[in-house]
Design a protein around this ligand. Sequence first.
Ligand SMILES: Nc1ncnc2c1ncn2[C@@H]1O[C@H](COP(=O)(O)OP(=O)(O)OP(=O)(O)O)[C@@H](O)[C@H]1O
Length: 272
Amino acid sequence: MSLCAEHIHFSYRDKTVLAGVDFTLQQGEVFGLLGPNGSGKSTCLKTVLGYLKPSSGRIVFARFGSLPYGLLVGKEVARRVAFVPQQTALHSAITVFEAILMGRLPHLADRWSGYGAEDKKSVREVVEALGLCDLVDRNVTCLSGGELQKVIIARCLVQESDILLLDEATAGLDLNHAVEIMEFMRRKAKEESKSIVAVLHDVNLASQYCDRIALLKKGCLRYIGTPEEVISETVLEEIYGIRAKIGYDDGGKPFVLPRRIETAEREVANVC
Ligand SMILES: Nc1ncnc2c1ncn2[C@@H]1O[C@H](COP(=O)(O)OP(=O)(O)OP(=O)(O)O)[C@@H](O)[C@H]1O
């Protein structure tokens, strides 16, 4: 076990957003967190990270026990948990290399000690692994949305944390780059025993690359299981209100052709 969320409740003022969320994240696992817009996925990640304090429930980490919210300072969390937020804008006139290097901040002895050779080596390795070599000297304000997203992912990777929380990290990436990132994350999980929570909207990407998927609706985790266990026509209709056609690839992984219910019903009426 890498971390365990135990009955997490969270509200923004009087609006309940998480209503008793329970899940366990295993070491070496890619865990997909899916659900409709506004169902509470980002809020869930932020409670795991300690940015938001649950009104009840707790997060227990295998390595350092229950998170003492507010006591564990940012640097200590950041050495253990890295986060790719849903939206990041970098406005400073720094290079891609410098932006990624900032991910090493939690490893500095203090904020005034400079980055060492180890830090720069770590950046160079990630830059190469993510195919960012041509961008390293570019100013971060002059990148495309997809390029910037990969830089943010690289910055998260150089933190070298055991747990990675990715909030729609592949949004804005083309199919090739989205698959590249998911394959990379899967290798990280399997070869380096990292535990990864990936918030995704693409059910097909989740099916291909996640060991397990959790489906959240209105702050409740309705289903948790392998892609084969949870991706079904009935579940997708219940969670998203869509009528999907499910197929299976050669490896038995489900893939989804989504249709809005009205569209699917119109098609059936026309055929009849
Ligand atoms: N800072 C905030 N103050 C008040 N309400 C908020 C705040 N942040 C989020 N919410 C509300 O909490 C609910 C859950 O938001 P959250 O961002 O966790 O959803 P999500 O599942 O990640 O959505 P999406 O898929 O659209 O990114 C939404 O109704 C949202 O409007």
